[in-house]
Design a protein around this ligand. Structure first.
Ligand code: ADP
Ligand code: MG
Length: 259
C-alpha cells in the first residue's frame, strides 16, 4: 500500500475549563496524546466529549488552562508575560494541523469524491491542483475507494461517504486526526468498514483522538482510553485497565450500559 506521510503531533491539554452561559461543561481537564498513538474518549451523552475535541483545535476558546500542539500554544501567541490571540490567518493555519471527521460526513454534495478531497488543500493551502489530485487518488485508494473517485456523495453509502471524509481530512496533511462519533450516523452493517479504515491508520502511526461508543474498537486500536463524565476526566489508561479493571464506579456503570 502506498502511504502518505502524516507528521505526528503531540497534544497537551492542561487544566482546561469551559463554560457555556455560566454553566461549566469542562472542569480542569488534563490529557496528553503522544505522537503516533490513538486515544479513545468514552463517556455518556452530555459529558463534554465533543466540547473537548472542539477545544483542541480552538473551534471553542477555553476559559482556563491551555492546549498545545508540539509545544506550541493553540490559539495564542506568547509575548513576554502576556498571551495574544492569534490572528484569523494564523489561527486557520494552525487549525489545519488538526483534521476533523464529524458524525455527519458534511461532504459537498455537488462535488465528486475526488473533488471533495482536492478542494481544501488547493483553496485553503494553495497547493498545486495536479499534485493534490495525485495525492487524493492515493488517499481514496487507502480508504478503499479508488474506483469511486468520480462518484457524487448521493451515489455513495454512508460508510463510503465517511471514508471520503477521512481521505479529505488526511489530504490537509494534519498532525492529528480528531473523530467525533464517526460511526454513529451509520447503519450497523457499515460501521465495520469505517472502523477498519481508522484501525489501518492507527497501524500506520497516525495520531488520533476518537470519540466513540465502540468498545471493541477501543480495545483493538486504542493506546489510551479516557473516560469522561459530567465534564471531567474520571479515569484514563491503557484499554485493558480502563475497560477490564475500571477504578471508578461511574466508569463501571457506563461500561455495563454500553457493553
Ligand atoms: P458530549 O459530546 O459528550 O455528548 P457535549 O460536549 O456536546 O457532550 O456537551 C457537553 C455539555 O455542554 C452539554 O450539557 C451540552 O448541552 C453543553 N453544550 C455543548 N455545546 C454547547 C453550546 N454551543 N452552547 C451551550 N451549551 C452547550
Ligand atoms: Mg458529542
Amino acid at each position: 500500500m502506498t502511504t502518505v506521510a502524516v507528521r505526528p503531533g503531540r497534544v497537551e491539554v492542561h487544566g482546561v475549563s469551559k463554560s457555556y452561559g455560566g454553566v461549566e461543561v469542562l472542569h480542569d481537564v488534563d490529557l496528553v496524546v503522544e505522537p503516533g498513538t490513538v486515544t479513545v474518549v468514552l463517556g455518556p451523552s452530555g459529558s463534554g466529549k465533543s466540547t473537548l475535541l472542539r477545544c483542541l483545535n480552538h473551534l471553542e476558546k477555553v476559559d482556563r488552562g491551555f492546549v498545545a500542539l508540539d509545544g506550541e500554544l493553540v490559539g495564542y501567541r506568547r509575548r513576554g508575560d502576556t498571551l495574544h490571540e492569534l490572528k484569523e490567518k494564523e489561527l486557520l493555519r494552525q487549525r489545519t494541523r488538526f483534521g476533523f471527521v464529524f458524525q455527519s460526513f458534511n461532504l459537498f454534495p455537488h462535488l465528486t469524491a475526488l473533488e471533495n478531497v482536492v478542494e481544501a488543500p488547493v483553496s485553503a493551502q494553495g497547493r498545486p491542483r495536479a499534485q493534490v489530485e495525485a495525492e487524493a487518488r492515493v488517499l481514496l485508494d487507502r480508504v478503499g475507494l479508488a474506483d469511486r473517485a468520480g462518484a457524487y456523495p448521493r451515489q455513495l453509502s454512508g460508510g463510503q461517504q465517511q471514508r471520503v471524509a477521512i481521505a479529505r481530512a488526511l489530504a490537509m496533511r494534519p498532525a492529528v486526526l480528531l473523530f467525533d462519533e464517526p460511526t454513529s450516523a451509520l447503519d450497523p452493517e457499515l460501521v465495520g468498514e469505517v472502523l477498519g479504515v481508522i484501525e489501518d491508520l492507527a497501524r500506520d502511526g497516525t495520531t488520533m483522538v476518537v470519540v466513540t461508543h465502540e468498545i471493541g474498537f477501543a480495545r483493538k486500536a486504542a493506546d489510551q482510553v479516557v473516560f469522561m463524565d459530567a465534564g471531567r476526566v474520571v479515569e484514563s489508561g491503557p484499554p485493558d485497565q480502563v475497560l477490564d479493571a475500571p477504578r471508578h464506579d461511574r466508569t463501571r456503570a457506563f461500561l455495563a450500559r454500553v457493553l
